[in-house]
Design a protein around this ligand. Structure first.
Ligand code: WTA
Length: 642
């Protein structure tokens, strides 16, 4: 079975695209008819980018979980909604049918309510990739609470900052999480994050690793005990809270060019529509297909294409707890074979890392169920694209290269599997409803083909970022003020002779390390917290597997070589430790070079351009350095390059 709004051929793509740009309100209201509403909208679209104010389906009432769960019960009650594969292949997998998932979400909605959670409250979710994470997210949506999922790799300090920013009163977590060989004590990280916190009232803890945890009386409760109370009462339904179309659905923190992560806010109706529409069209999902997105639910890809998009489409979504390389580098291929996966959606960094193991781990697994492959999160290099095409897709699976961002909620530029043409390392054409343009430094539109520029979007699509939590001005300055009346993506792009887009990477101070967004300012702030660091500058450099690596230039008090604190290597480890504490291990610099000074202009601004070139291995064409306060420092930095 296909979907009424599924694009079936390239002519239809062009036709729908034109319709969507000519009259977005008409286009999206027709699609919205295929969803479940408690009350219909009176105004489809109302917007201006100058405030910004973006309102879709104003006046409508709904609950996204009625679309993700209730509406499928009639036809798909016994269809698997969620397949869960554990970290350890010897442990049994779990399958939750739509009926089962519905019941579990309803039960946990009662638990949230019993613990005081109300519509509009912020709930921080810090969990490993277990079904309870999906259940917690959906239960928040069902009771109308705003979830803020924090990736399990973030430190206590990062959680504390996010809890404070969101003024979150509730936390859902687990004792620990398995990831490959590691057993990460999540509850204990939460305990550290809560030292001095006076806002959080309740912490609900589920059991996964059964690692010892401290449970504080009056604050901490076990998930299982709370569920038992609900079960005793025989409660398997929970009336979904009535939400306004524009009520916030969730907050997701992401990095920008400033030192502090931003709480990106998405709203209920627009996000639901766009994630469902893009899921069905980009991957060309057919009823019964098994969709395997390897992202973590702590990132936007997991929100949109493990949970909301697929579930709203009544699809079967596969959630994997572990990592691609444990117990061996055949883990993905083993899962595809085991469940006869039809769609694989992963990150270029994972492909590059698996390529490094050769074809051995691929052999012996039957990958013939695959129909569509996808990539997301960073530019994919041609070599990785071809390897994916040849050895995983066996040249019969279209690859969709999907470009989008936390702020865009869903995929904005991508080919549609088997419908519109693919081109290695190109995201290609915009989805219906998406109007990309390229502009030059001055904001002037760069027209025609075979051109490049900064990528902007001209008008709102349904899942456009609505605000940054608690600070609307920040949303405006970050995304809508660089170029008046345009949404600025922060990415550079080129448009080829066919009008296909190729994303060339960030043009701001945001790094993309293994598909994770990290702000250079954030890493610098963390390094500067280290007692003996005077100053630091962080830039990205090309990394074979991670895409980008983190290169830090650090001025350390006294000379690092003859230091009372030990060797340079020891100091590097101290700095790593500091960054892990402040942000999390994902932000640890790959290289730390100690320097006696940084290239600065006379006004004290660090010339990152020079540092970037040096980190990239360029020694000659560093540009004009005569305006530097101390040009001599450049020579020293060049000589000390790691
Ligand atoms: C980058 C992830 C090239 C881009 C969904 C963007 C990509 C940032 C692609 C957003 C792609 C994402 N090709 N670059 N297909 N997809 N990016 O918020 O720089 O974690 O701005 O969202 O990742 O990262 P985020």
């Amino acid at each position: 079975m296909s979907y009424p709004y599924q694009i079936k051929n390239i002519e239809q793509y062009h036709h729908d695209y034109k319709r969507s740009i000519d009259d977005p309100a008409e286009f999206w209201s027709t699609i919205a008819e295929h969803f479940t509403w408690k009350k219909k909208w009176h105004t489809t679209l109302n917007w201006n980018f100058s405030e910004p104010k973006i309102e879709w389906f104003k006046g409508a009432k709904l609950n996204i979980t009625e679309n993700c769960l209730d509406r499928h019960l009639e036809k798909f009650a016994d269809t698997p909604a969620l397949i869960w594969e554990p970290n350890d292949p010897d442990e049994h997998h779990r399958i939750l049918t739509y009926r089962k998932l519905y019941e579990k979400v309803c039960q946990f909605s009662h638990v949230l309510k019993n613990n005081g959670v109300k519509k509009g409250d912020r709930v921080c979710i810090y969990m490993g990739m277990i079904p309870e994470l999906a259940i917690a997210v959906l239960a928040c949506a069902r009771v109308g609470a705003i979830h803020s999922v924090v990736f399990g790799g973030f430190s206590a300090q990062s959680i504390a900052d996010r809890l404070y920013d969101a003024q979150a009163e509730y936390i859902v977590t687990c004792d620990g999480a398995y990831r490959g060989q590691k057993d990460i004590p999540l509850k204990s990280v939460i305990d550290d994050a809560l030292i001095g916190n006076r806002i959080v009232k309740k912490v609900i803890v589920t059991t996964r690793t059964r690692t010892p945890v401290s449970m504080i009386k009056g604050r901490d409760v076990w998930w299982e005990d709370e569920i038992k109370k609900v079960e005793t009462l025989g409660l398997t339904d929970f009336p979904a809270e009535e939400m306004d179309a524009e009520d916030p659905l969730f907050i997701l923190y992401t990095s920008g060019s400033t030192g502090k992560p931003k709480g990106v806010v998405h709203s209920c109706a627009g996000y639901m529509l766009f994630t469902t529409y893009t899921f069905v069209n980009v991957f060309q999902y057919q009823q019964g297909d098994i969709h395997f997105c390897t992202a973590d639910i702590g990132w936007i890809t997991g929100h949109s294409y493990i949970l909301y998009g697929p579930l709203s489409a009544g699809a079967t979504t596969l959630m994997f707890e572990g990592v691609p390389t444990w117990p061996d580098a055949g883990r993905f291929w083993n899962i595809i074979d085991k469940f006869k996966v039809n769609i694989l959606y992963t990150a270029p960094t994972a492909i590059r890392s698996l390529m490094g193991f050769g074809l051995g781990p691929v052999h012996g697994h039957d990958l013939s169920s695959l129909k569509v492959l996808g990539t997301v999160g960073e530019p994919i290099n041609e070599e990785a694209w071809h390897w994916y095409d040849e050895h995983i897709g066996k040249k019969k699976c279209p690859i969709v290269d999907t470009w989008w961002q936390t702020e865009t909620g869903g995929i904005l530029i991508s080919n549609l599997a088997g419908i519109t043409p693919a081109k290695a390392s190109y995201a290609t054409l915009p989805l219906p409803g998406v109007h990309p343009i390229l502009v030059d430094e001055n904001g002037k539109e760069v027209e025609g083909n075979n051109v490049s520029g900064n990528l902007c979007i001209k008008s709102p699509w349904p899942s456009t970022i609505r605000t940054t939590y608690g600070d609307h001005e920040r949303c405006k300055t970050n995304y809508f003020a660089t170029y008046p009346d345009l949404y600025f993506t922060g990415d550079g792009a080129l448009r080829d002779e066919n009008g296909f887009y190729r994303i060339t990477g960030r043009v701001d101070d945001v790094l993309n390390v293994s598909g994770h967004r990290i702000g250079t300012a954030e890493v610098e702030n963390a390094i500067n917290m280290h007692a003996n660091v005077v100053e630091s500058a962080v830039v990205g450099y090309p990394h074979d597997i991670k895409g980008q690596g983190i290169y830090a230039f650090v001025i350390y008090q006294g000379s690092h070589a003859q230091n009372t604190h030990g060797t340079a290597e020891m100091i590097r480890k101290d700095i790593h430790q500091t960054v892990s504490r402040i942000i999390g291990a994902i932000a640890k610099p790959d290289k730390i070079q100690f320097v006696s000074g940084l290239p600065k202009t006379r006004s004290g601004k660090i010339m990152r351009r020079i540092l970037r070139k040096i980190a990239e291995g360029e020694t000659e064409n560093l540009g004009d350095i005569s305006t530097l306060l101390d040009p001599g420092v450049v020579e020293e930095i060049k000589n000390g390059k790691l």
